[in-house]
Design a protein around this ligand. Structure first.
Ligand SMILES: [Zn+2]
Length: 369
């Protein structure tokens, strides 16, 4: 009796030690002794990457990196009306402005009022700013983080606004948006040539070009959306590394927006292998950003999609591996996971709305002015 009581105490003590060790692991020391707000913010948007894509990444790939985040929240993504399902302009706009936005509108209120974006507030605070995407640089999400426009589809006008906004780095696809119709593009004039002849913007042919100091950098590496993960050059990771190199020296800090587009495009087409490849590209960039954040603990890293696409899931197969299936070729209204690490990440918890993400980031950025 006594002996068994003793061994029970021993067992409970052992469990207690394991619990303490385990919970210390769950709350990384990176949060201790650091300011409660960030100097710089990296926002990574894997377009359309909801619980389905995350679950598949966990079940079907090695080394799912998202378990390393200290904070996780579930986020609602609806546009200005709760019973509607969102798309990228409205979804990204709410993340960037803290306000609800109509579908297809770039960071303007339902009444048509321009809404201040995180990039504008960051720049007003003297921070360096950049966008990196595998979509067109003027596509809905990078646009919504940067400027305002009544329609996401008027990309030539949006591209001009983004250049004029003073973004220090713009890397991605969408060369056709800057080229004249005569040259096979969509622009009324040769906007790319005009930028190349001016002295405000350096247009890169490759990430290896020698850099001209104090110019804005524009790299357009595909006519439209960038090629598949295996073929594209540069990769999202290479563009991310380049942008961080350029932005990180600003003494006032920086705001970098990064987007993987193919998690959305391939999910719309219900392509298992291609979507998984895009998810693995997201994993690689996330791993790099987690290491970067650990080496730069003044940086807040947030990873959140604008919405879920496809409703991807693993279907039960008795005694056989689960079979991937899709619920739809469209966006869904499902809540999506938001991950955060670094100073200020404590507010990313529980059930939050996409506008809360914008409000949290704007709060930190406005405190810097
Ligand atoms: Zn989207």
């Amino acid at each position: 009796m006594f002996k068994s009581f003793g061994s029970r105490v021993l067992a409970l003590t052992a469990v207690g030690i394991v619990v303490i060790l385990f919970s210390r692991d769950l709350f990384p020391a990176a949060e201790e002794g650091l300011p409660d707000r960030p100097v710089s913010i990296i926002f990574f948007l894997p377009d359309g990457m909801g619980i389905g894509q995350h679950s598949m990444a966990y079940y079907l790939t090695d080394d799912y990196p998202f378990a390393r985040f200290g904070q996780v929240a579930l986020m609602t993504t609806h546009p200005h009306r709760r019973d509607r399902v969102t798309e990228s302009a409205s979804g990204a706009g709410s993340l960037a402005t803290g306000e609800k936005i109509r579908r297809r509108v770039i960071s303007m209120s339902p009444e048509g009022k321009p809404l201040e974006t995180v990039m504008e507030v960051a720049r007003a605070a003297g921070m360096a700013t950049g966008v990196v995407t595998t979509a067109n640089v003027s596509d809905a999400s990078p646009a919504a983080f940067s400027v305002q426009h009544p329609s996401r589809y008027e990309q030539t006008a949006i591209a001009r606004k983004m250049i004029r906004s003073g973004l220090n780095v713009m890397l991605g696809g969408g060369r056709k948006v800057f080229l004249s119709k005569r040259d096979g593009g969509e622009n009324d004039s040769d906007y790319l040539g005009q930028l190349e002849r001016g002295d405000a913007v350096q247009v890169l042919a490759s990430l290896q070009d020698p850099l001209q100091p104090s110019r804005q950098i524009l790299g357009l590496f595909d006519m439209g959306e960038m090629e598949d993960v295996a073929r594209r050059n540069p990769t999202l990771l290479e563009m991310t590394q380049f942008a961080l190199d350029r932005l990180e020296d600003d003494p006032d800090g920086f705001f970098l927006f990064i987007e993987e587009e193919l998690t959305d495009s391939h999910s719309h087409n219900n392509l298992d292998a291609a979507t998984l490849e895009a998810v693995q590209a997201v994993n690689r960039v996330t791993r790099y950003l987690l290491d970067y954040q650990a080496a730069h603990p003044e940086v807040l890293l947030v990873v959140a999609p604008d919405h879920e696409t496809g409703g991807w899931f693993l279907e039960e197969k008795r005694d056989n591996p689960g079979r991937p299936k899709w619920a739809t070729g469209s966006h869904t209204g499902n809540m999506v996971p938001v991950f955060a690490i670094g100073p200020g990440s404590g507010l990313f918890k529980g059930i939050i709305d996409n506008t809360d993400v914008g409000k949290i980031m704007l709060k930190y950025l406005r405190q810097k002015k």
